[in-house]
Write a protein that binds this ligand. Structure first.
Ligand SMILES: [Cu+2]
Length: 506
């Protein structure tokens, strides 16, 4: 196989230079090449996180996760101390079905407390794994719930008060695949690790000795300068089929990616954060921000080489490009994954289904509206307080949440727990956005206002709150987060939330 693109990757090109299309063939930076660490030599095979189907009895399924630490080989030439679940870095992909009763035992074998949150899952707040559910070192937390979500790619990660970014950066993250009867019936690539491939995107900074640089950058926290896919740099995927589905998760603490293939080939988006789209949508680029997922299907010719890249946003995602604004990396162009097509005799792939699922619209004509204004580092002028209820929901109907990024120069990425939503509209920005399908996290360029039709899981509980927050984890950890409580009609929230953790601010 020829790795022709290997010397053409760039990262952190100079500010103000927009990625250019050269001869319509390959997207490369218009200025000097700066190869990130770990990308110079031979690529390594893309690691596939193990598929964990749990221990099943009928529709009851049990999983065991152990948070642990150890040395992993993110870089080819040295080891890095990392955290992981059931291993030293990242975690297994958990497979669940809609309607399953799930039980998870999570044992914390680290020497500090952490939590585990089920991102995108509709479930009782006591099982949600937010900052109110710390798992002390040496102890085990055992949430249980019934899977109410449709087929989707979800994920799990820590949600530790003030430390979510650091814990995720160290490697505590894994995917969840939910399947249901509708996804079973579809002729989409679905052989895990063969033609159904998880891609966990992260970025890191390294010290000279290979250890993670855990110093927060001003305004950027733990944003990295070295991209990784499934925990390594310079990963290569040898396809064995002519059609591959990638389940892509942005597990980075701060970085947005603008995904594209090196030859600008079209691909099909088949699922958003919270499940399948009504029909595949053809794209040549696709933005993904911290916490978001997309599933795409791409066709590959035998023996060909192609590279999945991040090509930078031509409009810098609406972020000013000046000396006063932190460099959020919105114009960075770099390779993520080199891919080689299958052997010549690989069978022809079937055509993609024209329809994936029935489109569902929420009736929000009479819905309760609420407004949320995000500005550094607060929401509606309030920073996170674990004993304050910001929103009380006392019904089981959808709501319209109107979310504004009030910063003129910073992006944000708004996530709601226990919910899925449709993006009804985005105003206040010229950035071209793609927000099809059910989502649980939405990117907000500077000045943008998004109207969201939100459907919550209804598990009334006056004591345990859910979170809404910016999923740029430095922002979340600095306080850009609030709490909502769902109760029965006419009921109030409890005087003391959760187990009473956190100081009440008067
Ligand atoms: Cu933010």
């Amino acid at each position: 196989m020829g790795m022709t693109s290997i010397n053409r990757r760039t990262f952190f090109k100079g500010a103000g230079v927009v990625a250019a299309t050269v001869a319509g063939v390959s997207l490369v930076s218009a200025c000097s090449t700066n190869t990130p660490r770990g990308y110079g030599g031979e690529p390594r095979a893309l690691p596939i996180p193990p598929l964990d189907q749990g221990t099943r009895t009928g529709s009851s399924v049990s999983f065991s996760l152990e948070a642990q630490s150890g040395d992993s080989q993110i870089l080819p030439d040295t080891t890095t101390h990392t955290w992981g679940f059931n291993g030293v870095h990242l975690g297994p992909t958990l497979l669940m079905r809609t309607g399953d009763t799930v039980h998870v035992d999570i044992t914390n074998s680290l020497d500090e407390l952490t939590t585990v949150h089920w991102h995108g899952m509709k479930l009782p707040a006591v099982a949600d794994g937010g900052p109110h559910s710390p798992i002390e070192p040496g102890s085990t937390w055992s949430p249980t719930w019934t899977v109410a979500n449709d087929a989707a790619t979800l994920w799990y990660h820590p949600h530790t008060h003030g430390l979510t970014g650091l814990h995720a950066y160290r490697g505590l993250a894994g995917m969840i695949i939910v399947e249901d009867d509708a996804s079973d019936a579809l002729d989409l690539p679905s052989s895990y690790g063969v033609d159904d491939i998880p891609l966990v995107l992260m970025d890191h900074r390294f010290l000279d000795d290979g250890s993670l640089d855990e110093e927060d950058l001003p305004d950027l926290g733990l944003m990295g300068d070295t991209p990784t896919v499934n925990g390594i740099t310079n990963a290569h995927f040898n396809a064995t089929t002519r059609q591959v589905r990638f389940r892509i998760l942005d597990g980075s603490t701060m970085r947005f990616y603008n995904l594209a293939f090196s030859d600008e080939r079209p691909f099909y988006v088949v699922a958003s954060d919270s499940g399948l789209l009504p029909e595949p949508i053809e794209r040549t680029t696709l933005a993904i921000g911290p916490g978001e997922r997309w599933e795409i299907v791409v066709d590959l010719e035998p023996e060909e080489d192609v590279t999945l890249r991040s090509v930078g946003f031509s409009d810098n995602y609406g972020v000013p490009d000046d000396e006063y604004t932190p460099n959020f990396g919105m114009s960075d162009t770099f390779d993520l994954l080199t891919i080689t097509g299958p052997a010549d005799d690989a069978p022809t792939a079937p055509a993609l289904p024209g329809t994936l699922i029935k489109a569902v619209d929420l009736d929000v004509i009479d819905a309760q509206e609420r407004t949320f204004v995000l500005n550094t580092f607060s929401i509606n002028d309030k920073e996170m307080d674990m004993q304050r209820v910001d929103v009380l929901i006392d019904h089981d109907q959808p709501e319209v949440w109107i979310v504004t990024n009030d910063n003129s120069d910073w992006p944000h990425n708004f996530h709601i727990h226990d919910a899925r939503f449709k993006v009804l509209s985005v105003d206040g920005t010229d950035v071209e956005l793609f927000n099809e399908g059910w989502k649980d996290t939405v990117g907000l360029p500077p000045g943008a206002t998004a109207r969201l039709a939100v459907q919550f899981g209804y598990y009334p509980d006056p004591t345990w709150p859910y979170m809404f927050h910016c999923h740029m984890l430095y922002h979340e950890d600095q306080g850009m987060m609030g709490q909502f409580v769902i109760v029965e009609p006419g009921h109030r929230a409890a005087e003391v939330l959760g187990s009473g953790a956190g100081e009440h601010q008067h």
